[in-house]
Design a protein around this ligand. Sequence first.
Ligand code: SR1
Ligand code: MG
Length: 436
Amino acid sequence: MTSIERPPGDARPGPYRILHEAELRDYLAGLPDVADTLGGAPESWSISEVGDGNLNLVFIVKGTVGGMAVKQALPYVRLVGESWPLPLSRAHYEYLALTTHARLAPRLVPQILYHDEALALTAMELLSPHIIMRRGLIAGTIYPRFVEDITTFMARMLFFTSDLAITAAEKKEGVAAFAGNHALCKITEDLIFTDPYREAEQNRWTSPWLDRTAAAFREDMEAHVAISRLKLKFMSQPEALIHGDLHTGSIMVTESETRVIDPEFAFYGPMAFDIGAIIANLVMAYLASPGHERTSGDRRVFQAWLVETIEKVWTEFERKFLELWRTEARGDAYPTSLFVGSAGALHLEAERQRNMDQLFRDTVGFAAAKIIRRILGLAHNIDFEWIEDTRLRAVCEARSLRLARAMLTDAKSFTNIAAVTKMAREVNDWRPDFAA
Ligand code: SR1
Ligand code: MG
């Protein structure tokens, strides 16, 4: 598919309005290139709203020739309703991030077909037969291509938008371009780094089983210090353009393809936040998997694949990022003129390793924060929510919280990714006192 231009002289953008099915049909029919891509008469197009995320409308539109996904931002948080307004500008930042991703990793994001700034609407390539990865993981599906693709995506996105790859001026332009996305950052600052650790109206957890654990997190000063340090990093470290919400619901997959979607939380932040998000969501898929067994032990092969995947997400990311740093470093950080000769090379390589060690520690901490928020905060994961037996769900969640608390408060003791998977395997055998 080729990119579709707005017709010359087109009166749109008009004022923002929420497009329901009928209005969307008329709107798309008025875009000749879009209409051609779909094919057939507009009345024959099938349009269904399929959005299952927390914020937006998502329509699948199919014509006689082709299809597309159309995403429109609502002026409020869909999950909560109109009482929680949210700027439409997030669609602009998502578009900006998607175009950056398309430039740096074209195979790994959906192609943009059309963007309407005023309607906060973007039409994208219809990904088919791809499904949301989280759903595939709940079904116990193995994705052999995932590690290769997600580590390429993260290494390239994070490296090529960092001071290691671009000039200070380019980097600061990038920071400025995304600085207005602060309402989305604020959601993260509140829902991930603050609310799960205090009384907050919107918090919820699997009660009564986790009541004591939730209360313990609210009293846990060690956890409060650790999460606050991470919050400060999130707020004050514009290392690279991060996706900002890189969980398994933001990834569409087949067994041979991976596409990263939904970067509306994108801004220049700490790299470890994205890497931690991927690791956290794989860890949750692993620890939720006993809740999705049909017969005891039927997820063993899948679990082994997940453990290996968690480990490789870090090791392959680290390998690829270091490779880019060694071969593509044209940024203003670590000037080559300061690292000449064999002594320079030696010290620079040691610095690369020191940076990766720090990145790993931060990744462990952010991963923990992402797990805790999904169990004690507002927005939960279907990995756990779809476990119908609430006691069993709480067992899976309690194990996840046990691991996450250790990762949050003692990130340094996880000296490598194998230490994370080792403890994940151990907690998976742990039985909380309320277990049946
Ligand atoms: C109110 S929005 C809740 C969550 O949905 C998004 O996917 C982000 O993770 C956000 O924190
Ligand atoms: Mg999303």
